[in-house]
Design a binder for this molecule. Structure first.
Ligand code: FAD
Length: 464
């Protein structure tokens, strides 16, 4: 072990959403912070996750608008996709945000330690031949793209999302293995860019963690767009062909395509970090934490994709990481923050159409509360949705005579509506609390208000 530096108040391992949020808040609270990162500060979300994928999805929306301009009486033509230019736009967004983030980190006096860290003591991390110590250690090492046994990612024909983000061409055809959030988003982008797309999903529906009504709506919309979804279908094997790959399913079907995107979930980055040697408990690779993000080792916390609070890993989302990072910084500073309500974390899939939700699905609400009441307000009655020519709905799920316990939205741009839904969910509102809120007209937000009016028994633009 090399020389040990003076201890930081907070030593953070990994500078992704969870780690850098923790570092920024801790520094703001006057604590000294060391932030260890082997790649680039910003982590998955900024460089190969949320931001670049959403830039591609926006370019896809522009392509759709050009293709469909005639629907609005505008004469325009989609002449093709200049992928290097799309990538230039995407990379520009990422680099501006990266510059802003590094400026913030420097400005707050955080010491960034470049290199790969390994635990060599309960709160000591070795980076190269130097060892850094913290009075508190926050583990924020994130996640990696998983594969399936026998499925070798080569980065040429068989890709993860990271390779897909770096593609300099639009493939003629793609098989997307996995119909979760990442799979659906890439399927949506590539279809808008003109590719033939087939999704293979083992579970009975796309976006299986979402409410069944949302899954069905997305499957329908994807079908209309020409995206093929093979649900309840198991992947069997992939073999190279002259022009790409042949993907065989256990049902006996073979789909040929130029590329295979493997989007079967993300696993925790915890191997070889010396965690178990220092007493940090792992469960199927995830760092086990309690509701105060403690690992069980004195002064050691974990946040983000690598940390799991329950039987299943928590939602692997950037804003969960941000919230946990801030929570831990405040906990260390002695502010006794309120634990994060995991069920109140909003979820958005930014495909065309978008899917957004907060709280329980109808099935989960029935399992928890027995009787539930639901209202589905069709966006067909919403002026702004008609103007945008988007279809979808707002679905509310209410526990018997109690508050609304689940809010689900489908339609273009509904991700932007989740903030209001989240507030309503968080304050455990009963329909009569929300029904009097006045929404601006014409907005898609009105659809949330209309759904609450319907649930309160006084629908305005809905039959009930
Ligand atoms: P990460 O962001 O993965 O950061 C971990 C960091 O730790 C990395 O920078 C890594 O280099 C570093 N590290 C790991 N081990 C070491 C070590 N030993 N030493 C030093 N450094 C180390 N979430 C959303 O909320 N919205 C979205 O739209 C969204 N889209 C996504 C799209 C894609 C394609 C992907 C892959 C993910 C997406 N996510 C999205 C998920 C989001 O990116 C993650 O939830 C988030 O990045 C998790 O943050 P984290 O801090 O736990 O880990």
């Amino acid at each position: 072990m090399g020389a040990v530096t003076d201890a930081f108040d907070v030593l953070v391992l990994g500078a992704g959403s969870g780690g850098y949020a923790c570092a920024l808040r801790a520094a703001q609270l006057g604590l000294t912070v060391g932030l260890i990162e082997k790649g680039k500060v910003g982590g998955t979300c900024l460089h190969v996750g949320c931001i670049p994928t959403k830039a591609l999805l926006h370019a896809a929306e522009v392509a759709d608008a050009a293709r469909d301009a005639g629907r609005f009486g505008v004469r325009a033509r989609l002449d093709g996709i200049d992928m290097p230019a799309v990538n230039g736009y995407k990379d520009g967004v990422v680099s501006r945000l990266f510059k802003g983030l590094t400026g913030l980190i420097t400005g707050r006096g955080i010491t960034v330690i470049e290199g790969s860290g390994t635990l060599v003591g309960p709160r000591q991390v070795a980076v190269g031949d130097q060892t850094y110590a913290g009075r508190h250690l926050v583990l924020a090492t994130g996640s990696y793209a998983k594969s399936l046994p026998g499925l070798e990612i080569d980065g040429e024909r068989i890709l993860t999302s990271e390779h897909a983000l770096a593609l300099d061409r639009v493939p003629a055809s793609v098989v997307v293995l996995g119909g979760g959030v990442i799979g659906c988003e890439f399927a949506s982008v590539w279809r808008s860019f003109g590719a033939e797309v087939t999704i293979i999903e083992a579970l009975p529906r796309l976006l299986a963690a979402e409410d069944e009504t949302s899954s069905k709506a997305v499957e329908r919309a994807f079908r209309k767009r020409g995206i093929r979804s093979l649900t309840a279908t198991l992947f069997q094997s992939v073999t190279p062909t002259e022009t790409g790959v042949a993907v065989a399913t256990e049902g006996g079907e073979t789909v040929e395509a130029e590329l295979l995107l493997v989007a079967v979930g993300r696993g925790p980055v915890t191997d070889g970090l010396g965690l178990e040697e220092q007493g940090v408990a792992l469960d199927r690779g995830y760092i086990t934490i309690d509701d105060r993000a403690r690992t069980g080792v004195e002064g050691v916390y974990a946040v983000g994709d690598a940390a799991s609070t329950g039987e299943r890993p928590g939602l692997q989302l950037a804003h969960r990481g941000f919230a946990q990072g801030i929570f831990v910084a405040e906990e260390i500073a002695g502010l006794a923050p309120t634990p994060i309500d995991e069920a109140g974390i909003p979820r958005v899939t930014y495909s065309h159409p978008e899917v957004a939700s907060v709280g329980l699905t109808e099935a989960a609400a029935r399992a928890t509360y027995g009787e539930v009441e639901t209202v589905v307000y069709d966006l067909g009655g919403n002026g702004k949705s008609q103007i945008l020519q988007t279809q979808g709905f707002v679905k509310l799920i209410r526990a018997a005579d109690g508050p609304v316990v689940g809010i689900h939205l489908v339609g273009d741009r509904v991700g932007e509506l989740i903030g209001e839904a989240q507030l309503i969910y968080g304050w455990e509102a009963v329909p009569d609390d929300v029904a009097p809120l006045v929404h601006a007209h014409p907005t898609q937000n009105e659809a949330v208000g209309e759904a609450f009016l319907a649930l309160a028994g006084k629908p305005l633009h809905a039959h009930r």
